[in-house]
Write a protein that binds this ligand. Sequence first.
Ligand code: PLP
Length: 435
Amino acid sequence: MIYYSLNDTQHTASYKTAVKKGLAPDKGLYFPKTIPTLPDDFWQRLPQLSKTELALEVIRPYVGDEIPNAVLKTIVEETLCFDFPIAPISEQIGSLELFHGPTLAFKDVGARFMARCLGYFNQEDEATKSTVLVATSGDTGGAVADGFLGVEGIEVVILYPKGKVSKLQEKQLTTQGQNITALEVDGVFDDCQTMVKTAFLDAEICAVKNLTSANSINVARWLPQMFYYFIAYQAMAPKNKPLVVSVPSGNFGNLCAGMMAQQMGLPISHFISSTNRNKVVPEYLKSGDYQPRQTIATLSNAMDVGAPSNFVRIQEIVKNNLEALRKRMSGYSFDDQATKAAMQKLYTDHAYIADPHGAVGYLGLDAYLKTLKTDAYGLFLETAHPIKFHDVVKGALGLSLEIPKALKPLMNREKKAHPIKNYDDLKRFLTSPTP
Ligand SMILES: *Cc1c(COP(=O)(O)O)cnc(C)c1O
């Protein structure tokens, strides 16, 4: 597969280069030259396929011959080493739970796949050690730290805003050790993000480090997110109803992966882009005017994004055709009060504890299904375990949740983080010889 830069279609790269660089040199996002469609017999075989088998078929064309079959099979197996159950909410609605991975958020899928691909490519070129530099508002950092832990040839540096991540998230970021380093930034998430962007453009840092990013702009984190749309469809197909999927969205990597799956032939009848008050995309769908904004802080803070990076990929899929996009996607946004009310409704009416992001997904789905005159089944993606947003859940439901057993030992581990006050601190950290 050849990838091109969305800033300049003439600039192309292999899968390996796209993964190792993250962004094209012109700062454009990489996009595959063709979106393959799955062969007819795939759909006949689908009911019998295992998770690994179906994921391998889906991802193979995007990787081409750059990773041998046996290796790619292991990568896929290790990526999907947990379940993706659907919890029934009502006759018409289910919650697709994507939080059963090691760090309890859907980002585990992309982070595990990317870490293993990058690990394989770095084995090939032993001389070049890579540094994954990533800013996090909470979930990304944990998934990346866990996904890359112990991967040879890669060091991971995570910037997180001091006092702005939950206790569990902080433990996930700061206690891994080995090749993972946490930097505790005196500032908010946007400060972390700005520092990372500045570092990528800093010639003195780039002279001593091969920097790469690990958010959904990297194709190896973005594309494997297609897997669970296929897994969900496999489970839902016997219902024999049009399938609507609501995706709680921030940077829109997750939703954009769903659209890629649909483009490959997956029969999803409609997508809902469900957002909090950071509603650039729902507004664009309504007005046709794309207006990135300053980020607004909300209860569903992993979706607090004012200028979603993957919007350009969505535009590419629909060839910049707004009417085509409206046929495939609707958008809804909700404020914190509505989010809390939805958490309460899910709990009292359906005995379901949702995290604030899943609750936004539920609201968008419910709003859309009410406009339909025909029968359909709707899934909302439950993107994180409620324990990751314990304060919000406790505030909305008055419940104290237990930390899952597997994560309990983590809470007793010692936090290790370097304080960072400003960009110079970061630069000094990245350019000084590794101790
Ligand atoms: C990252 C995240 C999102 C947003 O996903 P995007 O791919 O950026 O749209 C939603 N919910 C949770 C819990 C997240 O961690």
